[in-house]
Design a protein around this ligand. Structure first.
Ligand code: ATP
Ligand code: MG
Length: 568
């Protein structure tokens, strides 16, 4: 591609709309442009990279025996109504009506439609196992679309679904997808971690996420370098830590704590440690209210709580007026004693002695509280967020934590959708049985963001060779000097003839601009044709290297070819 013809509107300034590196660089490199919140156009450099990611995903899915098909994105409501997800998705689903007042949505994910496709088209048990996939646009009206295409409202997903006769079959299909995902993310040049993930209140027998560790990731992950344990916070099991509590047989006592609203203020006022306090938070779970208790220095894990409560739609903090109504106090004084709603206490709370709680009365707390003597929780379970340094649930060594970008997700669904929609088969003996399913997603567009987050420097993107929009660029220092432009042209043609995806920077720009652009857009390797081209010498530079090297033209061309081939 000649850059004089390339639509590549690079920007020198950092656009105000972007908060994170990948978003800034994609805008600056002229890869994407924002149309509305969470909705982006892909310009030529963007679409080329996207297509390269898709190609890798497609090859590995095909290698794993999955078959590609393509579903519509505009979907009639019926299948989602049958599975219950027409309601469950809530405001995240883009819903609309057609001219006859019939309900439609833009597909947020396609379990129902794939299940229906198999119901309609697979007639014999002999056709299983089967894994089907598509690479397609998905639509989710995200509460907080942000970070460019990292969390957008329209995005490209590869979604695959496996159909098996029994659990052994499902395990085998799942393993194949697991292996394919490892190959895909390795080929994309991502440094990834596989973590155990939550399967939600509705069950499913196992789930893992492929995470790219990054400070901008929205998921917390806990991992252990000693034994290899790794889990999403949502799933990571907490082991109780021993914190000293005041031993002894004391009686609960109400104390006046004026203007004490936060744990910090309480710590200050009473001269206790945060871990001598148990905080009580009131939640709205679907249409009922529950109280959750964790130690003062801990956070509630809302996913664990949601699963435990059996909440289907939403678990959210109770509205302040409801907190007042339920606790008969201002917000900040909730406690379990005398509360009329179910109390879920974290395992650690059950270990505490003589601790402090809110008294359900404004400006009042109780001290010397003891579980089972002063109140009895309805449920005691693990409902807290794991923390750095906690004991690893598998080996006991200190846990490490990091933020992760979820780029892929594999899930043993079991019979959830086949039961809901009636996907059955007759076995050899003519007995009716339910097909068991798995689902497997990759955030194809999100992979671009993740790759940039992991591969960049102060000058711009450093594309992994496998997904770079172009693999090499040839830059004549001064295009007006015929010797240089002719030599650059020759090298460019030669690289192309050797199968290299090459760019020729034939623009009438200053050399500095061309160098800056080639770094910003992250081309993995470049050849600069300058003053010494008459002597047959050019400059060769890999994007990751500090320094350029002078080489003969033949060596430079051969080194580009070798570099590309060795890094694909
Ligand atoms: P998240 O927790 O990030 O919202 P999810 O768990 O809801 O994602 P899945 O239903 O598992 O997402 O979708 C499969 C993959 O699609 C995810 O692993 C992620 O890579 C990608 N994905 C999901 N939502 C978005 C989005 N809004 N923008 C871009 N990619 C997304
Ligand atoms: Mg997921």
């Amino acid at each position: 591609m000649r850059m004089s013809n390339l639509l590549m509107p690079t920007l020198r300034e950092v656009p105000a709309e972007a908060e994170i590196t990948s978003h800034k660089l994609m805008l600056r490199a002229g890869m994407i442009r924002r149309l509305a919140a969470g909705i982006y156009s892909y310009l030529p450099l963007g679409i080329r990279t996207l297509q390269k990611v898709e190609k890798i995903v497609r090859e590995e899915m095909d290698n794993a025996g999955a078959q590609e098909l393509l579903m519509p994105a505009l979907l009639p409501a019926e299948a989602y109504q049958a599975s219950g997800r027409w309601e469950v998705f809530g405001p995240s689903m883009f819903k609309m009506k057609d001219r006859y007042d019939r309900d439609f949505c833009l597909g947020p994910t396609h379990e129902e439609l794939f299940t229906q496709t198999v119901i309609d088209n697979v007639k014999s048990y002999k056709e299983y196992p089967m894994t089907l996939y598509q690479i397609q646009h998905k639509y989710r009206d995200e509460g907080r679309p942000r970070f460019g295409i990292m969390r957008s409202r329209e995005f490209v997903m590869k979604d695959a679904y496996s159909f098996d006769l029994n659990d052994d079959g499902l395990n085998e299909s799942y393993r194949k997808m697991y292996d394919a995902y490892c190959r895909i993310f390795t080929r994309l040049g991502l440094d990834f971690t596989i973590v155990d993930a939550d399967t939600g209140a509705m069950g499913g027998s196992g789930s893992q996420e492929f995470m790219v560790k990054s400070p901008v990731g929205e998921d917390g992950i806990a991992y252990c370098d000693d034994c290899g344990y790794a889990a999403n916070y949502e799933k990571a099991e907490c082991v109780n830590a021993d914190k000293p509590s005041a031993e002894g047989d004391y009686d609960m006592e109400k104390i006046h704590t004026p203007n004490v609203h936060t744990i910090e203020e309480l710590v200050e006022f009473l001269g206790v440690e945060p871990y001598n306090f148990a905080k009580t938070i009131i939640y709205k779970a679907d249409d009922k209210y529950v109280a959750a208790m964790v130690r003062g220095d801990r956070e509630i894990n809302e996913v664990k709580l949601k699963n435990l409560v059996g909440c289907i739609d939403d678990l959210e903090l109770a509205e302040p007026f409801m907190v007042r109504e339920l606790t008969h106090a201002e917000v900040g004084f909730a406690g379990p004693v005398g509360l009329s709603i179910p109390v879920y206490a974290d395992n650690e709370v059950a270990q505490m002695q003589n601790f402090v709680i809110g008294a359900n009365e404004t400006d009042m707390h109780y001290k010397n509280v003891n579980i089972n003597k002063d109140f009895t929780p309805d449920v005691v379970a693990d409902i807290r967020v794991i923390e750095e340094g906690d004991a690893c649930p598998k080996c006991g060594k200190p846990i490490k934590t990091a933020q992760g970008i979820e780029v892929g997700h594999i899930f043993k669904l079991g019979t959830k959708y086949s039961d809901a929609l009636g996907l059955k088969y007759l076995d050899e003996d003519g007995k009716s049985k339910t097909v068991t399913m798995g689902c497997y997603g990759i955030g194809v567009t999100r992979c671009l963001s993740a790759a940039i987050e992991q591969n960049n420097d102060e000058n711009g993107i450093i594309w992994p060779v496998s997904i770079a929009p172009y693999q090499a660029v040839v830059i004549p220092v001064n295009s007006k000097i015929e010797e240089q432009s002719e030599m650059a042209e020759k090298i460019y043609e030669e690289l192309k003839s050797k199968g290299i995806d090459a760019l020729l920077d034939d623009r009438n720009e200053r050399a500095g601009v061309k160098f800056k652009d080639s770094e910003l857009i992250g081309i993995p390797v470049r050849i600069v044709v300058g003053k010494k081209c008459g002597e047959g010498i050019v400059e060769y530079k890999e994007r990751r290297a500090e320094q350029a090297e002078e080489k003969t033209i033949d060596d430079a061309v051969q080194d580009v070819i070798d570099y590309i081939n060795n890094n694909m």
